[in-house]
Design a protein around this ligand. Sequence first.
Ligand SMILES: [Zn+2]
Ligand SMILES: [Zn+2]
Length: 80
Amino acid sequence: MSKKAANTATGAGASRREKRRQKRVKVCHCCGGEFMFCWQCRCGFAICQACMYENQWGMTCNGITWDCPDCGQQNGYGNQ
Ligand SMILES: [Zn+2]
Ligand SMILES: [Zn+2]
């Protein structure tokens, strides 16, 4: 019996291309500021971390999910 030698083509052509990063900012619906990161609801509502922190008492009761003040949906903190 003869084993077939598999020819593996090694084409490692890693071309680094600098991507033009678009300014991706989110607008907090609470304070109106622009942030790189906002907690977002499926309905489009967004809140920045500072506002979330300030309103945490009214938006979450367990620290795991937060209730969207717009639509009332529950969103997870770790689900971004
Ligand atoms: Zn805010
Ligand atoms: Zn919502």
